[in-house]
Design a protein around this ligand. Structure first.
Ligand code: BDR
Ligand code: CA
Length: 317
């Protein structure tokens, strides 16, 4: 069976880790390598967290390359309160044997696209779009060889998680998101809403079942400790809104998508209160051609069954 090739770009925090483990353990896909970017944590820490997750997932070991440390224009604002200072719940996790590979992640993306037949490699992004925007500016024609980009980003059709309108990955580097959104290759944003509306969050019973399923499940729940605490205030209970796993599931197992449509989208880079918001032209006011698909709702059971299955855990029906 021919496996679909993937490049995964990540600011690896605790929900990225779950998404990465899912992708590594889905036999239909081959991850060529990972590229690290700053976001939840600094790029270097994101790379360490990715290596740690590769070790814990216990399958094959794609290289991890460093991408951009800084955002295009904006100063970094980490998500320490959401994922911990180290992005992994501050539990002292460290990779045991894997090391970061030599080479610039952005150049590695371009090299892989040149070396593979056009339209045979997908890029999945779980963090800010800085690496992808830089690759597009460096070699636009090479980037047109990507089959598609699936990005965890935008608030979808609902409120944001860092401001009333903005979602973290876009808001962290809205200038980069603007470049990617306007670039003109197949682009799917999986909005933050996909992981929390319609019962998509993991609830207490599901979190416990995953935790008790074995060492991998235990690691993936434990590292989300800070997010769980934050959600007790935000969602009034024990819930995990798994943004990156939702995006990964939408990318690798599209049967779990419930609502997805093609829209003209505009990233707000004005320095006002809606910076980082993405205007989704739902009623086609602009008359402009759609430039991105937005996944705004998943079928919760399909999503969760896929998540549990790939992680080797039994779903508590
Ligand atoms: C996104 O922001 C980060 O905190 C998560 O890892 C996810 O990629 C959700 O808005
Ligand atoms: Ca992320």
């Amino acid at each position: 069976m021919l496996k679909q090739k993937l490049i995964i770009d990540t600011d690896c925090g605790s929900d990225d880790a779950m998404a990465i483990a899912m992708a590594l353990r889905d036999p239909n896909y081959e991850i060529l390598f990972f590229t690290a970017v700053s976001g939840n944590v600094h790029r270097d820490q994101a790379a360490l967290n990715t290596l740690l997750t590769v070790e814990k997932a216990g399958t094959y070991e794609p290289p991890v390359y460093l991408g951009a440390a800084d955002m295009l224009l904006r100063d970094l604002a980490y998500a320490h309160e959401t994922h911990g200072d180290d992005g992994m719940g501050d539990l002292g996790f460290k990779p045991e044997h894997l090391k970061v590979s030599e080479g610039n992640g952005i150049l590695k993306i371009l090299e892989a696209l040149r070396d593979n037949e056009p339209q045979t490699v997908d890029i999945i992004t779980l963090g800010t779009l800085t690496n992808i925007a830089l690759a597009m500016r460096l070699e636009p024609e090479t980037m047109r060889r990507v089959r598609r980009i699936v990005a965890m980003g935008t608030a979808g059709l609902h409120p944001g998680n860092v401001s009333p309108v903005a979602e973290f990955n876009i808001w962290q580097d809205a200038e980069a998101a603007k470049i990617v959104t306007e670039f003109g290759i197949p682009l799917t944003y999986v909005g933050w809403d996909a992981c929390w509306v319609n019962g998509a969050m993991l609830d207490e019973k599901e979190i416990k079942a995953l935790h008790d399923s074995g060492p991998l499940g235990e690691f993936l729940v434990d590292c989300n400790k800070c997010l769980l605490e934050l959600n007790r205030e935000r969602f009034n209970g024990d819930y995990l809104d798994m943004a990156d796993p939702a995006a990964m599931a939408a990318a690798l197992h599209p049967q779990c998508i419930d609502i997805c449509d093609n829209y003209y989208c505009e990233v707000d880079t004005n320095k006002g209160p809606s910076y980082g918001g993405v205007l989704v032209d739902t009623f086609r006011f602009s008359g402009k051609e759609p430039n991105a698909y937005i996944v705004s709702q998943l079928k919760p059971k399909e999503f969760k069954r896929y998540l549990f299955e790939t992680l080797g855990a039994e779903y508590p029906e």
